[in-house]
Design a protein around this ligand. Structure first.
Ligand SMILES: *Cc1c(COP(=O)(O)O)cnc(C)c1O
Length: 352
């Protein structure tokens, strides 16, 4: 029996996608070859790449000022690619909002290429909230933020208006809720949190912001090169791109982001209500910044740990342990997780 998968990433994807993609491994599009053994420049795969780029733009409601790229290296490579492409060589400065381990990782890479101004940080409070009181000065080439902090379970429900370029790491909440994507100049996301399997990151970038830093950028790190080659600068992670396309097609077919946002809200509300109601549990994140995707919580009574752990395992639940840096529990409620799985978890929480 399929488990209730609350894993933080790689994560649950629609069952239909597992079926379709395994079929493509055996025989892709009925061409008598596996998707794993055809050229990435073949007509069939080029079409996959074109559709994958188009569907991202459609779901984000973006015009042709933007380009979509599928790149290897995960979101972590984007921590470096963003400053390579946007931080001016001469006296470059950029503003970063420090909301967690991933944001800190992005800051670390940017510091190698210019001056980083951390405009606010919730590190002292173990990243349990999203700082809101800060300004971003014009001396910064761009402002970088992380829309959802996977480990702590905090999420930006509002984005600041800034006079600089706006860059966002949306790895763990992309396509989970409706957003005005046109407020961003560059968006990136590792696929494996809400969009597809590991191995590929999506980058959405406004073309006219590129090529202005005065840097001689190594080719693979240069967005302009990837745009020019239509995400085929080198052999792309073909299977990950294909499975991502299937996941997004599934999303579009089932009512798009608006429909899944409704479902995600219902799941999050059900679980947070139980955490707030049940004296045996307490949430980690400050309430107003709670994430709809990742719910970090603790038991208030350690003597119940064994009973709780046994109960959720018996209920066929998987992936509920908290991140090693926080301990406790974390339930990730990504798009493909059905409401029923949250109902099972809540029942277990009520049973101990
Ligand atoms: C997981 C995660 C990353 C790192 O992603 P990789 O694809 O493993 O490099 C970066 N940012 C956020 C917000 C994440 O959740």
């Amino acid at each position: 029996m399929k488990k209730h998968n609350f894993s933080a990433g790689p994560c649950i994807l629609p069952q239909e996608v597992f079926q379709q993609s395994s079929q493509a491994i055996l025989d892709f599009n009925g061409i008598g070859l596996s998707i794993l053994e055809i050229s990435h420049r073949s007509k069939d795969f080029v079409q996959v790449m074109e559709e994958a780029r188009a569907i991202i733009k459609r779901l984000m409601n973006l015009n042709d000022d933007y380009e979509v790229l599928f790149l290897g290296g995960g979101a972590s490579l984007q921590f470096a690619m963003v400053p390579f492409n946007l931080m001016p060589l001469q006296n470059g400065e950029a503003a970063y909002l420090d909301t967690g381990t991933w944001a800190a990782g992005a800051i670390k890479e940017a510091k190698k290429l210019g001056k980083v101004n951390v405009v606010a940080s919730s590190k002292e409070a173990q990243y349990s909230f999203i700082p809101k009181d800060y300004t971003v000065g014009k001396e910064n080439a761009y402002f970088h933020c992380t829309s959802n902090n996977t480990i702590y379970g905090t999420q930006m429900h509002h984005f600041p208006k800034v006079d600089t370029l706006m860059v966002c790491d949306m790895s763990s909440d992309i396509f989970s809720c409706q957003r005005d994507y046109s407020q961003f100049d560059l968006i990136y996301a590792g696929a494996q949190k809400n969009m597809g399997p590991a191995g590929v990151a999506v980058v959405v970038v406004k073309k006219d912001i590129l090529g202005k830093t005065g840097r001689d950028i190594p080719s693979y790190l240069d967005y302009v090169q990837h745009i020019h080659k239509e995400s085929m600068y080198n052999t792309p992670p073909v299977f990950s791109v294909y499975a991502t396309l299937l996941t997004l097609q599934h999303l579009e077919k089932n009512g798009g982001v608006a429909a899944v946002e409704k479902l995600n809200k219902a799941k999050a509300q059900l679980l947070y209500n139980e955490i707030d109601r049940n004296p045996l549990f307490e949430g980690f994140a400050q309430k107003e910044d709670r994430s709809m995707m990742n719910v970090s919580f603790y038991l208030t009574d350690d003597s119940k740990k064994e009973a709780f752990d046994n109960a959720w395992k018996e209920a066929n639940i998987s992936g509920l342990n908290g991140h090693r840096s926080l301990g406790g529990y974390r339930a990730s409620l990504y798009n493909a997780l059905p409401l029923e799985s949250v109902e099972v978890l809540v029942n277990v929480m009520q049973s101990i």
